[in-house]
Design a protein around this ligand. Structure first.
Ligand SMILES: [Zn+2]
Length: 164
């Protein structure tokens, strides 16, 4: 009887430990922002490591996909236009304003390239909600007015030049 009680105690303790472990693990993975697969859809890096830079893409099928940085997102969009690489066409794209870190609609954002600020993958297109912020940033960070683009102005050629 005594032996049985001991076994039961060990068994119960093990179950509680396992449940506790599962719960902790589950909690750390499931944040509000990153519930789906958070790997960058372009380069494969984990986007949640770069909360200042990562880009959220809402897809047609209502799933959420991520890239680690604006440059990876822009490459996806441009490659899709050319029909060359993996076909992903996001319905909505949310980047983060570099100054405020607020989520902004990428299609209304202003992007600054060729600055001395590096993103998750190195040289990047730094997003801003206003043209004024983009201009101020370009002045402060060794870029220039010619390197400010709206979403629609950015082509594959511009990206290649910016990442040289
Ligand atoms: Zn990436």
């Amino acid at each position: 009887m005594h032996k049985n009680q001991k076994t039961l105690f060990i068994f119960t303790f093990s179950i509680i430990s396992i449940l506790f472990f599962i719960k902790c693990n589950g909690n750390s993975k499931k944040t509000k922002e990153n519930t789906a697969d958070t790997k960058c859809q372009h380069c494969g890096m984990f986007s949640e490591k770069y909360p200042k830079w990562h880009v959220k893409m809402e897809m047609e099928d209502k799933t959420t996909k991520w890239t680690c940085s604006p440059r990876c997102m822009l490459l996806i969009v441009q490659n899709h236009k050319k029909g060359t690489k993996k076909i992903i066409q996001p319905k909505e794209i949310w980047v983060k304003d570099y100054y405020t870190l607020k989520e902004i609609d990428a299609k209304k954002a202003f992007f600054v390239s060729k600055s001395d600020v590096f993103g998750a993958m190195g040289a990047d297109f730094v997003p801003f909600s206003s043209e004024k912020s983009a201009q101020d940033f370009a002045k402060e960070h060794k870029s220039s007015q010619e390197n400010i683009f709206t979403f629609d102005q950015i082509t594959l050629e511009i990206i290649k030049k910016a990442l040289e």
